[in-house]
Design a binder for this molecule. Structure first.
Ligand SMILES: *Cc1c(COP(=O)(O)O)cnc(C)c1O
Length: 459
């Protein structure tokens, strides 16, 4: 009876139109090449879909970033260091999804590992032991600094921070966390508590209790905060920071700062959490930025490039001393998809590529070359460019005003170079291309940068 009733209900709904639409979308995905007409259809459907069903705010945002109708630039394919839009226009990707594409777009070795795994088994049973999780964890223990040994796998950077904070709370009953101003750690309520940007936090206050923010780079302030917390009986559980602040505008730590933070943590019995979601996987010239600064954290957070730009994947790696708080009950923190076989296959292949193609070293060398060249151009335009700084292939270009930064990133976009820059925050834009970017491509980016500044100067 009830089965019949359901069927009648179902029959009432007419799926003819949506089915037609679905078939058309699937046929587009299938195609190697699309015609001009199809490209127009894709563009129209994308813009309308964003306006009516995603969020019209994105269209307004893109309109401010690009000239004329280019706000409707719709991405369609990618490979190597480049993105192509649906009309075939190519962009050198110096935004790199904010640091996703360390091994390049659709690296063949990563694609192969993921496809091989996909052809055998896509996701895990959630009950039997899944082999790749164990193997990736062993590989991470091998390549991470110091005695980092156990891994918990997640799907995103935010989730890696959530897991790190919960791990720190499991490890001790201390409730204070020290984060830094201009920090970015994600936007879920836990990670947002550590994130520093007021505009993202304000509507969601109060945050998780116990978070304090001190200025990044100010070791005296950090020490005073440790001391005050101890005096009032609210001892510090952990310090959380990005070795180099990415979202904050590529802020490098002052000399010796990270070592001093490590010493403070040791002195007061607190943990050190490094958020290497953006700086990890070779980006700054060493496999992890921690190594570049000779500091070993107790907990290391990874994501973004961890899945090789093919799968969403992240990890929290911790010492046995810290991680063992989860041994008695491994179900204290779980995720259905974290560490799935496809993500693990992608991460393992990504690490293989990074090591075999010496990409961390390449990031150091090409990064130095690119930084030099950009700085040379910057010196020619002191009226516009305030400072260009960076480490490896994480480079920040700071302008005197938001408006100049906005005009330059707009000019670069129009000339086929994608950088991170918006009207709300464009005083500094980030350049973080694939670590595989060729010298010719670097030169092209630098020349375009110069051209755009020259044009701006003539106005
Ligand atoms: C991007 C980023 C995050 C958040 O990662 P999502 O994958 O977007 O959740 C956290 N920390 C840092 C340093 C990041 O750059």
């Amino acid at each position: 009876m009830s089965v019949n009733m359901k069927n009648t209900e179902l029959d009432k709904k007419d799926y003819t139109e949506v089915t037609e639409y679905i078939k058309k979308v699937l046929s587009m995905i299938e195609k190697d090449q699309i015609t001009r007409e199809e490209a127009e259809w894709v563009t129209r459907e994308t813009v309308n879909g964003f306006r009516d069903h995603v969020n019209p705010g994105f269209l307004n945002y893109r309109k401010t970033v690009t000239m004329d109708k280019q706000f409707a630039a719709v991405e369609w394919s990618d490979s190597g260091s480049c993105f192509k839009d649906v009309n075939g226009k190519e962009y050198i990707d110096c935004l790199g999804g904010f640091g996703i594409y360390n091994v390049g777009h659709r690296n063949p070795k990563v694609i192969k590992a993921v496809t091989d795994q996909l052809n055998r088994q896509a996701l895990h049973s959630q009950d039997l032991l899944d082999p790749l999780r164990a193997m990736l964890a062993k590989i991470l223990a091998e390549i991470t600094p110091g005695n980092l040994k156990y891994s918990f796998f997640v799907n995103s950077g935010t989730e890696s921070i959530e897991a790190a904070l919960k791990l720190a709370k499991m490890h001790s009953d201390r409730t204070t966390f020290i984060a830094t101003t201009r920090a970015f750690h994600g936007k879920s309520l836990g990670s947002l508590s550590a994130t520093a940007k007021g505009v993202f936090r304000k509507p969601f206050l109060p945050m998780i209790p116990g978070f304090r923010h001190v200025p990044f780079g100010d070791i005296d302030m950090m020490r005073k905060t440790f001391e005050s917390c101890a005096l009032v009986g609210e001892d510090v559980n952990a310090v959380i920071l990005e070795p180099i602040q990415g979202e904050g505008g590529v802020i490098l730590p002052p000399d010796g700062y990270l070592k001093q933070v490590r010493e403070l943590c040791d002195e007061f019995g607190a943990l050190l959490i490094f958020d290497e979601v953006q700086t990890g996987m070779g980006r700054t010239g060493t496999m992890f930025a921690a190594e570049g600064y000779g500091v070993v954290p107790d907990i290391l957070c990874l994501a973004k490039a961890f899945g090789g730009g093919v799968m969403p994947a992240g990890a929290v790696v911790a010492t046995e001393e810290v991680f063992s708080s989860l041994f008695p009950n491994p179900f204290m923190h779980t995720t259905t998809f974290g560490g799935n076989p496809l993500a693990c296959a992608a991460a393992i292949a990504t690490i293989d590529v990074l090591i075999e193609e010496k990409l961390p070293q390449r990031a150091a060398e090409v990064g130095e070359y690119m930084l030099d060249k950009l700085q040379e151009v910057g010196k020619e335009f002191p009226e516009q460019v305030l400072e260009i700084r960076g480490k490896g292939l994480l480079i920040g270009v700071e302008f005197h005003t938001d408006e100049i930064g906005f005009e330059v990133s707009k000019g670069l976009f129009d000339n086929g170079v994608l950088v991170a820059g918006t009207l709300v925050h464009s005083k500094t834009f980030r350049i973080e291309p694939p670590l595989t970017i060729s010298i010719e491509e670097v030169d092209q980016v630098v020349n375009t940068f110069k051209l755009v500044l020259q044009k701006l100067n003539q106005q």
